[in-house]
Design a protein around this ligand. Sequence first.
Ligand code: DHE
Length: 544
Amino acid sequence: MKLVKLLSLVATTSVVAVSMHASAVKLSDAEMKEATQIYFDRCAGCHGMLRKGALGPNLEPKKTTGIGTEALKTIITEGTPGGMPGWGKSGELSTAQTELMAKYIQVEPPMPPEKSMEDMKKSWKVLIPVKDRPKAPESKNWKDYFAVILRDIGKIAIVDGKTKKVISVVKSGYATHITRTSASGRYMYVIGRDGKASMIDLWMKVPKNVAELRPCNDARSIDTSKYKEFKDKYAVVGCYWPPSIVTLDANTLEPLKIVSTASYTIDKNVFTREARVAAIIASHIKPEWIINVKETGQVWLYDYSNVKNPKVTMVEAERFLHDGGWDLSKRYFLTAANARNIISVIDTKEGKLVANIPSQGTKPHPGRGANVNSKIYGPVWISGHIGSNDIIAIGTDPKGHPKNAWKVVKKFKLPGNGGGNLFVKTHPNSKYIFADRPVNPDRKLQTQIYVIDKDKLEVVKTIPIPEKYLKSADPKVKARGPVHFEFNADGSEVWTSIWGNKLTATPILVFDSNTLELKNVISDKRLITPTGKFNVTNTMTDTY
Ligand code: DHE
């Protein structure tokens, strides 16, 4: 069956199907165990642990049994133009596994386990006590270090931004997602998809993990307290499951407070247990974390000044909140409710929603976005889209440029069809914004870097990645191409990872951020599936 026809079937299948197929699918315990792990690793993020849908559609049995195993298997194998990877085509799932998953999503999802403070504390380890850590930095370049996520092997590489040397590789959680720094930049905090938090001391000659804790079973975000006397005091983990916010001691990762985010959806006032914590950002002007709750559509302004009795303002924004970042002034938080093609704007000074802006594309996915002080429009914030090739600029200066504020002032397209952009990034000292496209199905489009001129706000150049950097030990499972950008501390270089597979190390390419010349290729056999990269200076100052 043609994929397009299939997708319309997926979109329209109703409850009627249940009686027809419900009893047809039976899985053994071993199959359930394997499928539950694969679903957690590859599917839960987009479709939800309870399969109610978010970035990806609802996959509850009342829907999937009407589509049937063969049709589901095709989608899992091929992927979709809307941004779902072709897990079979890319070689990440075997034919047998795609069949298993097509069956698994037709049976009721197992209820994932909860986690008490007592459970949490069993996973808490202080690997190097504070008193035994360096009293001063043991390297002069530490503020230009990069933490590089080695996604499929659950590790972090620490790369010296000056020497380009990998100076340490440390274990982290499974399928590590992001890293954030302490306010001082000394510690790099890491969160794995498996909910494991760890912290790396960058002052050590060879940076090492100094503490770890698994506050959740599934997570994507971590940050720290950045306001005045609270700097370097607390860390916070946002959990996908159990749906919760966990405040930790920033020096030891001791868990201090758990708050559930399970609540009511802002549109239909329906209770949802699945209320996953997506992006978290730390205020510089208040003792607050700004916390996205995906399924309810609330942005929580979480005052951590009294850890045991936190004050929370629940701002109604839009459902299925995902990633986002600061505007240039670091007062406004712009965040994508990507399943509804909305960018919500939160005024963190006044503590309220300023606007829900239609993104004019399909599935906005900004990462933290990119900030430009445009000669034409004034301060703007840039986002791309997963489901279309639209890049947008939103005016963010209600005082100086009121007629541009909180609207799309410029929309332009990446060349070629389809979306697939995941991240944009810039730096005040670069003339350009850089965009990737790792989930576009067209290999040529997927393996290019898109260079956007800040003044013109349009793509002025594409940089194809030479095949020699896209190698793989298995020709069927090729490297996906460049993903995610990060600048060095002074903004003179832009780094991007070649997102490979577990079989072969792939490099990090370093370009001059203004001449666009390829300056370095950081190749190291330990760089397996490099994805996100976080420079200490740019991460601690929220420069993007
Ligand atoms: Fe991410 C950021 C969730 C898939 C790499 N990702 C985020 C954030 C969230 C999120 C909520 C914002 C965190 C913050 O700012 O506090 N990501 C999810 C998913 O639910 C999703 C769609 C599926 C999943 O199961 O995880 C998903 N993400 C991916 C990937 O497939 C990526 C490309 C590769 C990987 O590592 O898995 C990926 N996500 C990233 C990166 C960031 C990120 C590199 C941080 C961007 C930044 O510059 O801050």
